[in-house]
Design a protein around this ligand. Structure first.
Ligand code: SF4
Ligand code: SF4
Length: 385
């Protein structure tokens, strides 16, 4: 029997984690006398900060079955899809694809999406797109494990995910073989314990086709062959984009087919009432994502924002820009337009989002020395209790 697992992770921040999980699956399968292969496929080069990327593990009873399964571009019917950052449940997008891919798109009918999250399955289902067959959503309690740039700080997320997979898809790997592989690979009995606890604690719930986010994922029209120009033509992007009702404002031209909805783990919220219009956020944003409004405010455009947090860092006005966990948002609408429409509603929206930061604060773990160690306390409490 062939089994396949995909791990969806955030480029750079979680690359090592993704690789360790898929490698661990193959090592465990080998303990059962089976064969397997683990390989990565990234969506952007070289796995830029936060860009969704994938690592796969395929295991089979023999070489022939494995080769047969692998004679295609990538596994399209995975037993388990692992999202090691729960904000990826909103969908996966990389420039090489054609819009937004639902997190469960390549999960086979009856398969499982497993995510590490502090949210409940019901909350996560608001993000996961509907699928026309039944599937399961499993949650392994824990924050998204950001190891920081190229430095892997071990928080046991890799072995916890392996233990959870053994529970959710025992036909792919069994707990005993996961434990044996961990002993061989890491020689660490605490890691074995973490895997076993995850096996015991992971919770899954069935999802019916009428449950989940009903929105149609964003896509764009590919040109037909007769619409293509002769030779290699790369059309330039216009310098400015017109915005209806924004006379006097300015929106830079942007690539209409590459939106960054799926690259963020955090997003900025802006308090327009205390903004002094100093322009620093606009100048420093590495992705030129601020639109200049007719009133001279700067509106972070959520089609362009990758969530790096530079604007928050450079804004000289205290609490004017606050980076908030992406999981707190249900759409990508303009904050400035909400502010203009109804200032009171905006103020209470803003207050709610800033309060959310206090409970679901997240960073990429490298903003200040020791930050990541602080963040993983929740995982450590969960693993050791
Ligand atoms: S977080 Fe701020 S600086 Fe970074 S891309 Fe978004 S708007 Fe620009
Ligand atoms: S940096 Fe802060 S104060 Fe300056 S324009 Fe941007 S939001 Fe306003």
């Amino acid at each position: 029997m062939t089994g396949s697992i995909e791990v969806v992770y955030r480029g750079i921040f979680q690359k090592t984690l993704g690789q360790r999980i898929t490698r661990g699956i193959v090592l465990a399968a080998v303990k059962e006398g089976r064969v397997g292969i683990s390989f990565g496929r990234y969506g952007d080069s070289p796995e830029r900060n936060g860009i969704p990327a994938k690592s796969f593990a395929v295991v089979a009873d023999n070489e022939e079955d494995l080769q047969t399964y692998l004679s295609r571009y990538e596994p399209t019917d995975n037993d388990v899809t692992v999202a090691v950052d729960d904000t990826l449940c909103k969908g996966v997008e990389s420039w090489a694809w054609y819009g937004l891919q639902p997190i469960n798109k390549l999960t086979r009918s009856g398969g499982v999406v497993l995510t590490t999250s502090m949210q409940s399955p019901e909350e996560l289902l608001e993000d996961c797109h509907r699928k026309d067959t039944e599937w399961s959503l499993a949650v392994l309690k824990g924050i998204a494990s950001f190891s920081g740039l190229w430095v892997y700080k071990d928080d046991h997320t890799d072995v916890r995910v392996l233990g959870a997979i053994a529970r959710l898809a025992p036909h792919v790997v069994k707990l005993e073989s996961v434990e044996a592989a961990i002993r061989d690979e890491w020689n660490d009995e605490l890691k074995v314990t973490s895997a076993r606890k995850a096996y015991e604690r992971v919770e899954a719930r069935k999802v019916r086709p009428d449950e989940g986010n009903p929105e149609r994922p964003y896509e764009f029209q590919l040109p037909k062959w007769w619409e293509m120009k002769e030779g290699l033509v790369i059309p330039g992007i216009p310098v400015q984009q017109d915005v209806e009702g924004w006379e006097g404002g300015y929106r830079p031209g942007r690539n209409p087919t590459f939106k960054k909805f799926a690259t963020r783990t955090m997003r900025p919220v802006v308090d327009f009432e205390i903004c002094t219009k100093c322009t620093l956020c606009w100048l420093q944003c590495p992705d030129s994502c601020f639109d200049v409004t007719p009133t001279g405010h700067y509106d972070a455009n959520m089609e362009a924002c990758c969530g790096c947090g530079v604007c928050e860092a450079v804004c000289p006005v205290e609490n004017c820009i606050t980076m908030v966990n992406e999981s707190a948002f249900g759409d990508n609408a303009s904050q400035f337009e909400m502010y203009e429409k109804d200032k009171d509603t905006y103020k209470s929206w803003l207050k709610g989002k800033i309060e959310d930061k206090a409970t679901t604060d997240r960073t990429h773990g490298f903003q200040l020395r020791g930050k990541y160690e602080e963040e993983v306390q929740e995982i450590i409490r969960e693993v050791t209790k």
